[in-house]
Design a binder for this molecule. Structure first.
Ligand code: MN3
Length: 207
């Protein structure tokens, strides 16, 4: 992603992921939360001319190189912008089901199959204390599951993101209140495995 950073076009309507993710949550999440990450990220990089030609991916993969004055802002708001852009892409209406293609094969081989992976990924989301994300990532060609706090993501650890779920309360509170397990359970019904498999295939080539 190149500067100035902008809110991506949402690939479906706010109501498209109903009843699993409600329209009001989508609207606030995209139009308010994501927009705020974009605006604050642009303000942070805009105050440091040395960062003017950097892509978001380059910034996040090398946070130590970002001047200390704006490092935390780039980490939080840059992570927020990248994560949400990714999140909208890996969900779709009338999706769900199970992994397909090369990703399915890799999950079977490296993570013991879909149900074991689902269990591990859900546990990562549930065990994430406070705000953060659960991630399926590619590290040195191997799939791995973990959670990360705040807007931290696999790019910051030198990994590639394959799948991620937002477990900040703003992602589910209007519909599910404190019931994060129910949100996570329902979220599998909107995972776009076609897209996730494409991301996996591209990541294997680059990783
Ligand atoms: Mn969010």
């Amino acid at each position: 992603m190149i500067q100035p950073f902008t809110l991506p076009v949402l690939p479906y309507d706010f109501a498209a992921l109903e009843p699993y993710i409600d329209a009001r949550t989508m609207e606030v999440h995209y139009s308010k939360h994501h927009q705020a990450y974009v605006d604050k990220l642009n303000a942070a990089v805009g105050s440091e001319p040395s960062l003017a030609d950097k892509t978001l991916e380059a910034l996040l993969a090398n946070l130590e190189a970002v001047p200390e004055a704006v490092r935390m802002a780039v980490r939080n708001h840059g992570g927020g912008h990248w994560n949400h852009t990714f999140f909208w892409e890996i969900m779709a209406p009338a999706a769900g089901g199970e992994p397909i293609g090369e990703l399915k094969e890799a999950i079977d081989k490296e993570l013991g199959g879909f149900s074991k992976f689902k269990e591990a990924f859900t546990r990562a989301g549930l065990n994430c204390f406070g705000s953060g994300w659960a991630w399926l990532a590619l590290r040195k060609g191997q799939l791995t599951v973990y959670s990360a706090p705040n807007q931290d993501n696999p790019l910051m650890q030198g990994d590639s993101a394959i799948l991620g779920v937002d477990v900040w309360e703003h992602a589910y509170y209007l519909k599910y209140q404190n019931r994060r397990p129910e949100y996570l359970d329902n979220w599998w019904s909107v995972v776009n495995w076609q897209k996730v498999n494409e991301i996996y295939q591209q990541s294997v080539k680059q990783n």
